[in-house]
Design a protein around this ligand. Structure first.
Ligand SMILES: [Zn+2]
Length: 380
């Protein structure tokens, strides 16, 4: 497997293609989508007709003929043409994984050109004079709102279309840094909830972005506007872009919140215990909208890589019983979801229910680290 001290990170920048470059990018997206669908067709056909699986490398080899026949946009890089095939291969891998796990699988589907929004270059790109040079496209202006770390290996660049905007996402590998400090930072437990985005074992509560809820009304209006307008019309396309823009704004608010919160936690604590939420499972339950709204999964991913980078230890603990157990004495105090306070009849502890859960999470996390973590001294 890969080197354990390396982390994969993505840096995203807004890019400003001119009209000509945008057309070139759109042509490549369109062709990538065609390749994706053709490759899917081939795999389906081979399986239905001959019970044969087509591999990624067979499909890579077929690209040679495609390129020799000069199909596709001029000078499209080989790497960009391989990308849709690789994505399809991932889609199949995910499909077989779900089949094996007994989850409702969902066979890989044909993709619409309008929704095929990104292409990845593993090679055939470079940064020249502050511009992103892409093979078969040209040099695109980039807004470098922050520095791309030097001395790291940049693996790929993905160009993505989001509504009217375009982005370049650099995927790179950075080395984890062990944290060297005179004093160890305190440990903390985290309870993620609906009432508050996160409650710390210190008792502090952090509210969530709630962006989606707040914007639901506007979204519904925009969605209705799209469906009311005639399919294929210019006005529908315009409304569609507006809707995409709203979705993006919400996504940005949510991401911004997650970035800031995870950054703060990693700066303040040397050990973080969180519930290992089955966010996928929750997202299908009655609390679905709240769960996807809060964006826990994205938050945990950020927390994980930021912690690894900063040398903070992050431990996931099973969530069972954390809200029902008393963090003071350990007995089980059953309570309904509507009961906001934890009141222990045994030891008399009275605290917020989420803070109680966070303290249990911390205790569980520390117990898993007992041998290596200096206990007592810095448990908040
Ligand atoms: Zn108690």
């Amino acid at each position: 497997m890969a080197d354990d001290s390396l982390l994969r990170r993505t840096y995203r920048y807004r890019i400003y293609p001119t009209v000509r470059l945008r057309r070139a990018l759109e042509a490549q997206l369109g062709f990538a989508c065609q390749l994706y669908n053709a490759a899917l067709e081939e795999r389906r056909y081979a399986w239905q007709g001959q019970r044969r699986s087509v591999t990624l490398y067979e499909q890579f080899r077929e690209l040679t003929a495609v390129r020799a026949a000069k199909m596709g946009p001029p000078n499209m890089s080989c790497s960009a043409m391989r990308d849709p095939l690789r994505r399809l291969d991932w889609a199949f891998a995910a499909y077989f994984r779900r089949v094996k796990a007994g989850v409702k699988p969902g066979y890989p589907r044909f993709r619409s050109v309008r929704r095929y929004d990104s292409v990845t270059w593993a090679s055939g790109w470079s940064v020249r004079d502050g511009r992103l040079a892409l093979k078969g496209i040209g040099q695109v202006k980039v807004k470098w709102h922050r520095q791309l770390p030097v001395s790291v290996v940049v693996r790929t660049v993905t160009v993505r279309r989001v509504g009217k905007r375009w982005y370049a996402c650099f995927s790179l590998q950075v080395r984890r840094s062990p944290r060297v400090l005179a004093m160890p930072l305190p440990a903390v437990g985290l309870d993620l909830g609906i009432q508050h985005f996160a409650t710390l074992s210190t008792g502090e509560q952090m509210s969530g972005p709630r962006a989606y809820r707040a914007a639901t009304g506007h979204l519904r209006v925009a969605q209705r506007r799209v469906s009311r307008r005639q399919k294929g019309s210019h006005r529908r396309q315009k409304a569609r872009l507006l809707l995409a823009g709203m979705h993006e704004r919400i996504r940005n608010i949510r991401q911004d919140h997650a970035h800031k919160l995870s950054r703060r936690l990693v700066a303040d604590f040397g050990f973080i215990a969180v519930e290992d939420l089955n966010v996928g499972g929750l997202a299908r339950g009655p609390l679905a909208k709240d769960v996807t709204d809060q964006g826990w999964a994205a938050f945990l991913t950020m927390l994980e890589y930021k912690a690894a980078e900063a040398g903070t230890r992050l431990i996931r603990v099973p969530p069972h019983g954390t809200s029902q157990t008393c963090s003071g004495c350990g007995i089980v105090v059953p309570k309904l979801l509507s009961e906001r306070m934890h009141q222990c009849p045994d030891c008399g502890l009275v605290i917020d229910r989420d803070a109680n859960a966070a303290r249990n999470v911390l205790r569980l996390g520390l117990s898993r680290q007992a041998s290596t973590w200096p206990t007592g001294a810095c448990v908040a």
